[in-house]
Design a protein. Structure first.
Length: 94
């Protein structure tokens, strides 16, 4: 499993979440298998999104799509996005 993790400050979390839920990047069509939205308990104006893919190439291709979406959203619902692609090495649940 491959994870594309995105992090960025948001001026208003609820406004950002509404934009995220509208799905302008078309996550499912882009190969996203599942996603998780997180925010730090000590900073409600910060968003973290983990997007799960079957393979790194799909994650990289989707990241390029996201960069286009970010150009339109930067300064409006989000600021300075950072993204990294991770490979799952171990996944244990208790």
């Amino acid at each position: 499993m491959t994870t594309l993790r995105i992090e960025h400050p948001v001026p208003d979390f609820e406004r950002w979440k509404n934009a995220f839920d509208r799905d302008p990047a078309r996550r499912q069509a882009g190969g996203v298998r599942s996603y998780r939205v997180l925010r730090p308990v000590d900073d409600t104006n910060y968003a973290i999104v983990d997007l799960e893919f079957d393979e790194p190439a799909r994650a990289q291709a989707f990241l390029e799509v996201l960069k286009g979406v970010w150009r339109n959203a930067e300064g409006k619902v989000m600021n300075e996005p950072k993204a990294r692609i991770f490979e799952t090495v171990d996944d244990v649940r208790y």
